[in-house]
Design a protein around this ligand. Sequence first.
Ligand SMILES: [Zn+2]
Length: 413
Amino acid sequence: MKALNNIPTSNKYKKLSRRYIITNQILYLKRHMPKQNIENAIVIPKNLIQNVITAHHNPPLAGHLGITKTIKAIQIKYSWSSLIKDVTTFIKSCHQCQINKKSQGKPAGCLQPIPLPTCKPLDRITMDFLGPLPSSNNKKYILVFTCQSSKYVIAKATRLADANTVATFLIQYITQYGVPRYLTSDRGLHFRNKILNDTCTNFGIKQIFSSSYAPQSQGFTERINGVICQAIRHYIKDNNQSRWSFYLPYIIFSYNNSPQISTNYSPYYLLHGFNANIGIDIQIIPENLSYDIKKSLEELKQVRASIPDYIKKAQDIQKLNHDKSHKLTTYEPNQLVLVKFPFQEPNKTAKLAPKYRGPYKIISKVSDVNYMIELVLNNKLTIDVVHIRRLKPYFQRDNSDSSEEKEPTDIGN
Ligand SMILES: [Zn+2]
């Protein structure tokens, strides 16, 4: 920086250069948000941009999360001038995301306000079963424990959805995370039984049963189930659904480690006070040998105290967006689109199957809501008229160099 000051440069560049700092030959963008506990960001050179985005979106540890979450996850650590634009273009043109995600704009049922967390992390745990799913390594269910305060999720693939399975997992949970004060669930018999009641009494846990199938009380767990199913869909190749249990631990990690849109912090951070590394981080970020744990814990305390405000703000914005009307969509001839198909393969669950097929080409507009489309079904070219509600635009990526995704290592769950 000193050298820069001696070179006769325009004021504009001098001003700009003050925003950066070089430490140990690494260029950082200075942060001006000390309250948000964000450290200076490493500036990423052009040739690494695609690697950084790919590493934060494609592999199982990243989980093909949406645009906002991926941008936030990258911004915490890295910076470059076109970050938001690059990530948006990358994800909009991600083939996996386009065929697996529901189209945007219909937040049906998402608007129930989430009760604000005021309790200590891990004091209140909600539990739920997801499944039955197609058998994977003999597992058919996912048992999900969620911390109501930090939204941290602990989940396990299980063979059965019965009392013994829940009690065993509760003890495993307690030996790692301690005893929760409250354990909330629906009134299903796998949660309401003598074995679990005895286990809870032994540890002094109060069991709370939500009124049966009340979506408000179980709303968050259900959203989590949606997140898990969507993420698993991304990594199941050729619709081979029997692989889901191998991916589950990676998906849970990716969910826990990504910033929540309502709070800006990841559940992992809210629980631990620092963010977890993914592979590319330990290659780019230098080791912090003077890590100040006391300072980090003080910052965490401040962050936790401000969470209810963040959630309130996010809810207000969500409502505002919802109240705006959706814009009218039209398609042009030759435009590429994805088409939603009803799922109908025997022995497979629609929950884990791709939602859309394509891309296919628009031939012409038949009416305001119907389009003539060139489809390839069972390797045969077919022309069909499709309703606009089953269509969404497909975005092609210019340089399709996203490296092949590797299967994760089996960690023997
Ligand atoms: Zn994707």
